[in-house]
Design a protein around this ligand. Structure first.
Ligand SMILES: [Zn+2]
Length: 196
């Protein structure tokens, strides 16, 4: 069961679980956590190799105009490279120091699968049935059942399932960390109030 509930530092997890977040390969703690979440199917990571426009370790550092530019130039198939910040052409890129980083890409379907697996791994769970995308019915060992919904991604019928019917429901908030997480629930509640 612990496989689905790794003990990772909360702040570290919050830092990593962002679409587009980048980490240097030197950041071992972040990379280890990244690998852990990747194995759980929650995200994938892409490697990016790049050079820095202005880097004192590079032979072109003393070239006039390099200055303190913060530009980073990714390697790609094209042979011509330009700094995206200052626009200067980057010659002899192969002589510049290379950096490697990982870029996070959250896997929404993988998150749904992970939640299903995690629910199934709970000691009190009999069986987990996926009733719709991002909606599950969990049969509990005491004979009861529970609806589990991820409202940000579930279809409209399942988003409000616990608000209209007697069946106990559990909402799991899974949304981009920089968005307001309870928007869907707030909308559902407003609709229920208006309807009554
Ligand atoms: Zn530059």
């Amino acid at each position: 069961m612990l496989r689905f509930f790794p003990e990772k530092d909360k702040n570290l997890a919050r830092r990593i679980l962002r679409d587009g977040m980048c980490f240097s390969v030197e950041d071992r703690e972040a990379v280890n956590a990244l690998r852990c979440f990747e194995e759980l199917g929650i995200l994938t990571s892409l490697e990016r190799v790049y050079v820095k426009c202005s880097n004192e370790n590079d032979p072109d550092f003393s070239t006039p105009g390099v200055g303190n530019c913060i530009g980073e130039i990714s390697f790609h198939g094209n042979n011509e490279y330009y700094c995206p910040e200052c626009g200067r052409p980057i010659g002899a890129i192969e002589q510049k120091q290379r950096f490697l980083e990982y870029r996070v890409s959250l896997n929404i379907d993988g998150i749904a699968q992970y939640i299903k697996n995690a629910l199934q791994a709970l000691a009190s769970t009999e069986v987990v049935e996926q009733v719709s995308l991002f909606a599950f019915r969990v049969a509990i060992r005491n004979g009861y059942s529970l609806r589990v919904v991820i409202p940000n991604y579930a279809d409209a019928r399942n988003q409000s399932i616990g608000l209209f019917f007697a069946e106990p429901a559990l909402y799991i908030i899974s949304s981009p960390i920089y968005e307001t997480v309870k928007t869907v629930l707030a909308v559902c509640r407003r609709e229920v109030r208006a309807g009554w």
